[in-house]
Design a protein around this ligand. Structure first.
Ligand code: UDP
Length: 242
């Protein structure tokens, strides 16, 4: 594995999408568990304020990828080579495509009731042959956690996608990863909503013009306070750096 670059103290592996998928598949085939995080500016900013989350991203995750225009810009601004953005939703889709070809099994955990099932139906349509071996919504009590873990393990899933939003999904994964059998563990935020068509993704041209954040703000104005992390992130990178 390449040496990670550092953005505001957070290690990030500046791989391409293809390299990321190959690395994860290699680890999966070797029987090794990999906890992967796609770190956007918001996550990197959360790490500045939350020491336990910082430890999760900096020490517990085996692979941390540059998600979003902000993370890519920051890496390049700090003088590193960052080949491309590896967005969580895109990595999730690429892993599903690989899973359909190679027969890896996936489990979808998170989202409002019915959303993971709707994402499963869409995944089966987009990636014929893909095996989504179980779904569970993301609104549960602590008492239900053992049952959820048992269901995930009994499903025989190789990949576990967890959509509880950041930082909850990463905290949940780290807390339970020793009991979890899937070899790829990944938090994917609102990706089931996007795949299920409950939430629209920015058009390609906006993604390419690094304007996905503007689209999200336009669609969900309630994200305004959360998205204030972005300009703060830019200023912090400009003034404090690595
Ligand atoms: N969610 C959940 N359980 C919770 C909180 C959130 O399943 O206790 C789901 C929510 O339904 C949504 C996703 O987590 O599908 C969070 O999406 P968001 O876009 O906020 O995530 P981000 O990628 O921005 O972290």
């Amino acid at each position: 594995m390449i040496e990670p670059i550092k953005i505001l103290g957070v290690p990030v592996h500046a791989l391409t999408m293809q390299e990321s998928v190959e690395y994860l598949e290699g680890r999966l085939q070797a029987g090794e568990q990999t906890f992967v995080v796609t770190a956007n500016a918001e996550i990197i900013m959360m790490c500045q304020q939350d020491a336990s989350y910082n430890k999760i991203i900096s020490e517990d995750a085996q692979l941390v990828l540059p998600d979003g225009a902000g993370a890519v810009w920051a890496g390049r601004h700090l003088g590193y080579k960052v080949p491309e953005r590896v967005a969580g939703f895109d990595l999730y889709c690429n892993l599903l495509a690989a899973a359909a070809q190679k027969g890896y099994k996936s489990y979808f955990f998170g989202g409002a009731p019915g959303v993971a099932e709707a994402a499963k139906a869409k995944a089966e349509e987009l990636y014929p042959g893909v095996q989504v071996v179980g779904c569970h919504n993301g609104y549960f009590t602590e008492a239900e956690v053992p049952e959820i873990i048992a269901a995930i393990n009994a499903s025989g899933a190789d990949m576990l996608f967890v959509a509880l939003g950041a930082p909850k999904q990463e905290k949940w994964l780290v807390e339970h990863r020793e009991q979890l059998k899937p070899r790829i563990l990944m938090g994917i935020g609102g990706s089931f909503d996007v795949l299920a068509g409950k939430m629209e993704r920015a058009p390609k041209w906006m993604q390419e013009a690094s304007l996905e954040w503007a689209f999200r703000l336009y669609k969900q104005p309630s994200r305004f306070m959360r998205m204030m992390a972005l300009p703060k992130f830019v200023l912090k990178v400009m003034f404090s750096g690595k």
